[in-house]
Ligand binder design. Structure first.
Ligand SMILES: Nc1ncnc2c1ncn2[C@@H]1O[C@H](COP(=O)(O)OP(=O)(O)OP(=O)(O)O)[C@@H](O)[C@H]1O
Ligand SMILES: [Mg+2]
Length: 387
């Protein structure tokens, strides 16, 4: 420590602490409001007032949403009941009519006797971050589309060679009056056409992107459907596909079709890995769990597993170790995109010759909210709106 630095004496540090506490309330760039059990706002800081205007003697649902009645679902109501702190991302509007995204932390004030008279709600504006996040996803998708055009041209060019060969065989079969050669050529043509159709359809599906339709859904439902869909074809291939779904998972906001797509990709990869396994792995398990507000889907197989070089590349567009026409190398990329849109992440572990486990991890407080303008059934704390 240099000689010029002054160590504050005890009185000074108390003064500084009081000073900081006094000023912090109005200087922090976080909107803070204290809400009573009747949902009236009792106190709010400057950032809150700047964003929402006059709040004195008004309820939170009136200030945030202009409602006259309490909302049907409400983080604050839940925290008044169970005394838990809740954090989640919200969408809403502030007084200038701008749509904003914020991260809201709902903190119940629990008294020594266990009662909860107040809730403090703190929200940080994350609109800029969310816009960047969206732009980054879009830029990544466009970059993929650009690279894809080259990949598509290349893939189709290879398959066109098949068409050429088939046409040649069919034509010579007709010219020489040889029905066998004609049939052979026709088969090659059909196969090449089917491969091109598959390739182009997969590409278009991926490049057009899709807007998730978020609803309150049973997280087990898409898992159940995917197992139903694959169980018979897996059995015919000698593979045992089983579901291990935790029964008591509460409904969650998600796009069930998107989750279905993700699980389809993971289960089909796992089945492929078993089919090509040299060590004879023949088991695939799809499980669901919820722990500490985190929903996890897991697909485990005892198939081929992956070596380091493959593991590095599996989320790269068009990376596939499968035969042309069988794999496009878009499955995992599509999966990670959908999972990101749900605020989740994909993780995996794999050992060559032993198998792989892929997990989709979704913290509930990062799940998206449904955008239903008409019903206005969102919680005011979930969906603040102007006065
Ligand atoms: N469970 C698994 N076991 C072993 N390898 C896997 C597994 N899942 C993925 N892989 C590897 O990752 C690669 C990329 O998978 P991805 O699903 O993205 O594409 P793909 O299955 O090859 O084609 P598609 O676009 O049709 O899904 C696969 O080709 C395979 O090499
Ligand atoms: Mg795949």
């Amino acid at each position: 420590m240099s000689n010029s630095e002054v160590i504050p004496d005890e009185q000074d540090s108390t003064t500084i602490r009081n000073w900081v506490r006094f000023h912090l309330w109005d200087q922090v760039p976080v909107r803070i409001a204290v809400i009573g059990r009747d949902y009236k706002i009792l106190e709010a800081n400057r950032a809150f007032t700047d964003s929402y205007g006059d709040w004195a003697d008004r309820t939170c649902y009136s200030v945030y949403k202009g409602r006259t009645k309490h909302c049907s679902t409400c983080n604050a109501a839940d925290s008044f009941v169970d005394g838990q702190t809740r954090v989640r991302e919200e969408l809403g509007l502030v007084t200038d009519g701008q749509q904003t995204s914020y991260l809201v932390r709902v903190v119940p004030i629990v008294q020594p006797d266990g009662s909860i008279p107040y809730i403090i709600e703190m929200s940080t504006d994350i609109t800029a971050t969310k816009i960047l996040e969206k732009e980054k996803l879009e830029a990544e998708r466009l970059a993929v589309v650009g690279q894809t055009v080259a990949g598509l041209a290349h893939g189709v060019k290879n398959l066109l060679m098949g068409l050429d060969g088939g046409m040649y065989m069919a034509r010579s079969g007709i010219e020489k009056g040889n029905p066998e050669r004609l049939a052979e050529g026709w088969e090659v043509l059909e196969d090449a056409a089917a491969r091109i159709t598959f390739f182009v359809k997969e590409f278009l599906e991926f490049s057009k992107g899709r807007t998730p339709t978020v609803v309150l859904a049973d997280p087990n439902e898409p898992a159940h459907q995917v197992v139903e869909m694959f169980v018979e074809s897996a059995r015919l291939a000698g593979i045992h596909l089983e579901a291990d779904l935790q029964p008591e998972i509460a409904p969650a906001f998600m796009d069930p079709d998107g989750i279905h797509t993700c699980l389809t990709n993971l289960v089909s990869n796992a089945i492929d890995a078993c089919e090509t396994s040299e060590t004879g792995g023949r088991n695939v398990k799809l499980s669901t769990r919820e722990e500490g507000g985190v929903i996890t889907y897991q697909v485990a197989d005892d198939g081929t597993g992956m070596e380091y070089d493959v593991k590095k590349k599996i989320f790269t567009n068009f990376f596939s170790t499968k035969a042309s026409g069988k794999g496009t190398g878009l499955g995992l990329l599509t999966t990670s995109k959908i999972v990101q849109e749900h605020g989740g992440k994909v993780s995996f572990e794999s050992t060559k010759g032993k198998g792989s486990v892929f997990s989709l991890i979704f913290p509930r407080n990062r799940l998206p909210l449904p955008l239903d303008e008409e019903t206005e059934e969102r919680c005011p704390l979930n969906d603040p709106a102007p006065n």
